[in-house]
Ligand binder design. Structure first.
Ligand SMILES: [Fe+2]
Length: 198
């Protein structure tokens, strides 16, 4: 759960630097996406909270119970926090480990089949949104497409891992080639963090 501090949410503390995800995500891309887009959602959210029914509540609770401008900015703050906190510097042959690795094989057949379905759902999402891996109430893994600021917690799912498919996520590094961005992202996923969420 992400809680406000003295009534305000704060930028996530990343375990890597802005240049550390290159060449998958360049420093320029990170400075815009993390430094400007996420900061703006956060500033908007913090400006909407004082005096509202959401003051002092966790971001997850706000996303589950709000609508309109509060929902859009709270959803985008939560989505981006989970997105940026799930990365590490790129490594060769970066594959899932631990319980998430076993669950992926159990529910999708293999990591390769899971990757194919995840990339296909990310590529085919029309407009802006997110492709998510989540766990249902029985710990079964599901892939969902979520439009705009939506997050799987509004469907009762536990969000584990996501690729942002808003154009701002990939246009600096990949221009219009969303499938190339999705394919490149696997090398920077921190599967330890995904295991922690599972
Ligand atoms: Fe984004």
């Amino acid at each position: 759960m992400i809680q406000p501090v003295n009534g305000k949410f704060e930028m996530p503390q990343l375990p890597y630097g802005m240049a550390d995800l290159a060449p998958v995500l360049s420093q320029e891309s990170m400075l815009f996406h993390f430094g400007k887009h996420l900061q703006t959602y956060l500033n908007n959210l913090n400006a909407l909270l004082p005096g509202s029914a959401f003051e002092g509540k966790s971001i997850e609770e706000i996303v589950k119970t709000s609508e309109g401008g509060v929902f859009n900015n709270a959803g985008q703050f939560l989505n981006h926090a989970l997105y940026f906190l799930q990365f590490k510097a790129a490594t060769m042959n970066n594959v899932p480990t631990g319980s998430i690795a076993k669950a992926i094989v159990r529910d999708f057949g293999s990591f390769e089949k899971f990757q194919e379905e995840f990339q296909a759902k990310g590529a085919s999402l029309f407009g802006s949104g997110w492709v998510w891996l989540s766990a249902d109430a029985n710990s079964k893994l599901v892939i969902t497409q979520e439009g705009n600021a939506q997050n799987p917690i509004t469907k009762g799912l536990k969000p584990l891992f996501t690729f942002d498919v808003w154009e701002h996520a990939y246009y600096i590094d990949y221009r219009n080639r969303r499938p190339d961005y999705l394919k490149a992202m696997w090398s920077i996923v921190n599967w330890d963090e995904v295991n922690n969420r599972y």
